[in-house]
Design a binder for this molecule. Sequence first.
Ligand code: COI
Length: 364
Amino acid sequence: MEGQSLQVEMSTAKKEKPKADRLEFGRTFTDHMLVMDYSDEHGWHNAKIQPYQPISIDPSAIVLHYGQSVFEGLKAFRTKTGDVQLFRPQKNLERMNHSNHRLVIPPIDEEFVLYALKRLVDIDRDWVPDAEGTSLYIRPFIIATEPFLGVAPSQTYKFITILSPVGSYYKEGINPVKIAVENKFVRAVRGGTGEAKTGGNYAASLIAQKIVEKDGYSQVLWLDGVEKKYIEEVGSMNVFFKINGEVVTPELNGSILPGVTRDSVIHLLKHWGVPITERRISMQEIADAHQAGTLEESFGTGTAAVISPIGVLNWNGKEYVINDRKTGDLSKKIYDTITGIQYGKIADPFNWIEPVTNKETVNH
Ligand code: COI
């Protein structure tokens, strides 16, 4: 891994860019991608930025059968002055290595990968949209490529990063979403892969989401996998509640994804002196707070979803309307601050911003 070099092959055909006001989440991809291979003999090697293109994979590759893979999601933002910057990318790469550990995938060199990602974003910088609420979503992932049908960790892997200009994740934009509490299926159990960012967790979630979507709910809220009593997370977000002036969020118990936006919100709240507690929260507690009139706000957090207010929770067929289906003051303040830092509109007191300059084109 030491002294890895990065090759660059520029695309000759430039694709047409989508209109900024028509950006959906994750449907268009830029001109280039980053690839890198792993073998036991060479470690991570062959790092290359190349034209975006299909990959060829052996039908017996382990990932296709047993799902040995991890992924990440982070974003590049365009500032008013036209600069491009990333939000806490080191945290995503650190988390990728935690996921790698759980999935028995060899660790990446976080420093080298950050350098390569910044160069990729720099090369495709014209793809970073500038309309309000848009950004360039960065999707690094690793797949197990060894052609082998035995259940064992692969001896070869491919790391790929693709880029996608995106608008908001939900059709509601930043308006409150409706969420249904899931009582039958579970997403993860402690000791399972819940805290790793691996495709299987999302595959396991599809059936529940499909059922509730028919009734107008955007996603499901998962309860713990054992008692189905305690709140874990929402489809693609961590979740927060404001009860009687105090903010609470489920503690990281091994089955919850340690979100980068979740961590940033906790940091912000502490910085502002707003009481914030990470602890076990039962769904009954939320229903009781609603009944008592003390459930003031709820919102989800995620890279894709940013800060997404929750306007309605459905639990066992009963609708709990939160803050009159309006975005709460605290949710709005958090949204404005996080996006303000991301788009360079306000100061970044926590050093969360990593600029992408065209110095990235200098050889590593
Ligand atoms: C993200 O917020 O980046 C995620 O990975 C959620 C995703 C599954 C859309």
